[in-house]
Design a protein around this ligand. Sequence first.
Ligand code: NAD
Length: 516
Amino acid sequence: MPLDAPDASTRSDPRDAPAASRTARLLIDGQFIESRSDRWRDIVNPATQAVVGRVPFATGDELDAAIGAAARAFPAWRNTPIATRMRIMLRMQALIRAQLKPIAALLSAEQGKTLADAEDDIVRGLEVVEHACSIGTLQMGEFVEDVAAGVDTYTLLQPLGVCAGITPFNFPAMIPLWMFPMAIACGNTFVLKPSEQDPLSTMALVELAVEAGVPPGVLNVVHGGREAVDTLCTDPRIRAVSFVGSTAVGRHVHALASQHGKRVQAMMGAKNHAVVMPDANREAALNALVGAAFGAAGQRCMATSVVVFVGAANAWLDDFVARARGLKIGPGDAPGSDLGPVISVAARERIEGLIAEGVAAGATLCLDGRGIAVPGFEHGNFIGPTVLSDVDCEMSVYRTEIFGPVAVVMSVDTLDDAIALINRNPMGNGVGIFTRSGATARRFQHEIDVGQVGINIPIPVPVPFFSFTGSRGSKLGDLGPYGKQAVQFYTQTKTVTSRWFDEPDDACAASANQAS
Ligand code: NAD
């Protein structure tokens, strides 16, 4: 498609189709196609249980066709000028911006989060697309002249080939956009497997990528579960796999894809602590914590799930609970909702079970969100904000990622105690500290063994000029998503050492002998 002629024919308005008849299509070789699979799953609105659409489990032939299309498209795409790839990203960011509201509505309907959170989900991904518009400077190699007499060394950052992405349910816009824009901007081709729980908003974004001019085969999408994932991890045509999701699946993906010789990055589960020092700005800290613990129904990998009050700040527990109690629970598209439902009935039951385990183990239930009634939405997967205090490190509510609107509160005497507690936890995704003391914050950032630190910032997800840098048990593989690390992940560095002769043959031989 010529770059100056945007084509809206590929795009289905997210609001068009009657809900139950909407199906998540596959994208293979530039064609959006209905799967021939006989295995389908309903996509369900978590606030109502209404069926929003259906998603197939792609057949083996369809998986093969998608990977084959990506492999065939690679030679031409890697030779496509970098400025052309950049312009496609420029067009894509404009299309996403224009479609923000309808895609956010679709996302909220299939995922449950509030419209504001849904827009945020898209905007955080959009920022990665904007960053990919700079790929011309991001993918620059290095050059050193005269590493020996008349010899230069330089690096080329070359695309790998076919890359794959496997994404979770909790950010169906942001996380696919962490992956494929950077991968294809670098000159790779891509096969994406979105979450089977909420793939429709991901597909709306993929349609915009095609409309922006991504050529056939450069971006492909398959749907499914373990079979599709295992195919992507084992197919010899795939060179690299990006995974974001739970720890158990991430370990499986990392092991399987590594065994098959692929480069792998796996961003996994979390247990994020926030330390509240007694010198913190109380109002700002507690407001930030309530948003970070319960916003998006706690279904953020960077949610604050453990609040650690230090010393005199322990007296703020009641205030924290009161603010949590004041949050409004409702469907994502209802004005004023602070948090929506969790993704599924199974997720709600699991979270409620963990709360019960915490109580049975001796935690104090300061606020119980179980069994909450939302008038008109009695079948929704709602759990209200829940606060458990007097929690110790052995309890399952501390050892497990709850991934719901549940804050676990712990009490320590000193900053040293807080640092030791957090560094003992196996996860290392995000952490926060609230304090007015620069010296305290400086010591905390230096000593804490967690990949992303917020200082008076509750959810320290880096902007795309940096990279997402979760660590320890929250990550396998060295390089994180987006930013400079993503360029490294999606490229192979080739180092060239060169000498050019402009003398006659005899003189060349003499100078080569002298140099060696
Ligand atoms: P999940 O692991 O269940 O699913 C992630 C992907 O793996 C999906 O595409 C799914 O289809 C696939 N999958 C599921 N079970 C599989 C199996 N047995 N074998 C192979 N593939 C399988 O994760 P989720 O519930 O969708 O997402 C929530 C999790 O993701 C949380 O643990 C959260 O912390 C994590 N997460 C981490 C980050 C991060 O950057 N560290 C970001 C977002 C979410």
